[in-house]
Design a protein around this ligand. Structure first.
Ligand SMILES: [Zn+2]
Length: 412
């Protein structure tokens, strides 16, 4: 099956030779071809270039993209889209002036999601999650990482990971699974934190690894959650079972989580709303991708990741949604890109690089995703007719996507 997309107004993120990520000043460069063509063979990008160089091709299907921009689909490297129910009551409670702590004390927060998850059948969780997954694909996401972490029991965590596996089997987009048993401490371990960590290390990780239910291990490293020392213990246990770390750090406090992540060669360190100069320094020259989650900052009214300082320091940045029922009930990567430009002062070029190639790196798939490169997956966004790609962040709140290709086929 050969599909030709012709007369593309501008083809974005064109990389003749694949790069795994872009850092610092490179992030400002978004290679493009104006008046371009792109040829898809089966599920892969077979060729692309300027229209004047269009080779003779026997296409089964021809799409005229006059006036439209084509770009690689978004790579959302940090989500919690498998969950049960919602936390809209907490949202209204916060509007009415209750603090996060007061809400948590009333049984809200992650423990509220954990209670709902453990009370809901696997089938029902799959059904609820499937709807969210389909929504984000239609919003242009072509690869997604999904975390467990609302089970907080071995049964609950396995249930979540099985749902993630089933989504990966039933949908054409790439899905990476991350085990986040260390999301918070369950109620029955409140007075015995060491006991829960022991359960994660000796029971959950071995069982999950044995059943190949996760690619990565995650920890919420934060005051009141998991200390740096506890985070290191859990990362080591994951590594021992082949699970590379991707960790939540520096959301509310800088306590050394970034340094710990770097020490254990984490694939990514995520959140980073609170960054000290030492934190930025620790990331320089490492293989660890810093991931910013601006729609979480937006929803909680907390600081945004200081992208400008980090990029000036030469670091790469990836952007992801953090789609979850508590702090970011949205999986819209278009909004994330817009918010990164509006609130973090990233340029459109930087934000698009962060949401495509760097997002792919942050889930270990930049060899196959995140750029227009021959041999990569034909996962693409075709926009509606727009004046330029600046519209993508500028017209925030508008859906500018006309169609989404996943594995070479239009997702509908
Ligand atoms: Zn998260």
């Amino acid at each position: 099956m050969i599909t030709l997309i012709k007369n593309i107004k501008e083809l974005l993120q064109v990389r003749e030779t694949s790069v795994s990520k872009v850092s610092g000043a490179e992030m400002a460069i978004l290679p493009t071809i104006k008046n371009a063509f792109l040829i898809i063979k089966d599920n892969l990008i077979a060729d692309f270039g300027a229209m004047e160089n269009l080779p003779e091709v026997k296409a089964d299907k021809i799409i005229d993209a006059t006036g439209r921009i084509v770009l690689p689909s978004w790579c959302d490297s940090h989500t919690h889209i498998v969950y049960a129910g919602n936390r809209e009551q907490e949202f209204v409670d916060r509007i009415n002036g209750f603090t996060y702590e007061e809400i948590a004390n009333r049984g809200g927060g992650i423990l509220n999601s954990a209670k709902k998850l453990n009370e809901t059948s696997e089938e029902e969780i799959y059904e609820q999650s499937r709807i969210r997954l389909e929504e984000v694909i239609r919003l242009g996401t072509g690869a997604v990482e999904i975390k467990s972490g609302y089970g907080l029991t071995i049964e609950g965590e396995l249930k979540m990971l099985r749902v993630i596996k089933r989504l990966a089997e039933n949908y054409p987009i790439s899905i990476k699974a991350t085990f986040l048993g260390a999301h918070t401490f369950p109620i029955h371990y409140k007075e015995n934190k060491a006991g829960y960590i022991d359960e994660i290390i000796t029971k959950m990780i071995p069982e999950i690894a044995q059943n190949k239910l996760a690619d990565y291990v995650d920890v919420f490293c934060e005051n009141g959650y998991f200390s740096v020392e506890e985070t290191e213990k859990i990362m080591q246990a994951g590594i021992d079972f082949g699970l590379k770390p991707k960790i939540h750090v520096n959301q509310f406090n800088s306590i050394g989580g970034i340094q710990a992540g770097v020490k254990f060669n984490a694939l990514s360190v995520d959140h980073l709303e609170i960054m000290n100069p030492e934190d930025t320094e620790a990331l320089k020259g490492t293989e660890t991708m810093p991931v910013a989650l601006p729609s979480c900052s937006y929803f909680l009214s907390i600081p945004y990741t200081p992208a400008r300082e980090m990029i000036t320091a030469g670091l790469p940045i990836a952007l992801a949604t953090d789609f979850n029922p508590g702090s970011t009930p949205s999986g819209n990567m278009n909004f994330v890109v817009a918010t990164a430009c509006i609130k973090m002062k990233m340029t459109p070029e930087e934000a698009i690089n962060a949401a495509t190639i760097n997002g792919a790196y942050a889930m270990g798939i930049s060899e196959t995703h995140g750029s227009i490169t021959k041999g990569k997956k034909a996962n693409l966004i075709i926009t509606k007719p727009i004046s330029s790609y600046y519209q993508i962040p500028y017209a925030f709140g508008s859906n500018l996507i006309e169609s989404v290709f996943i594995e070479g086929e239009i997702f509908s």
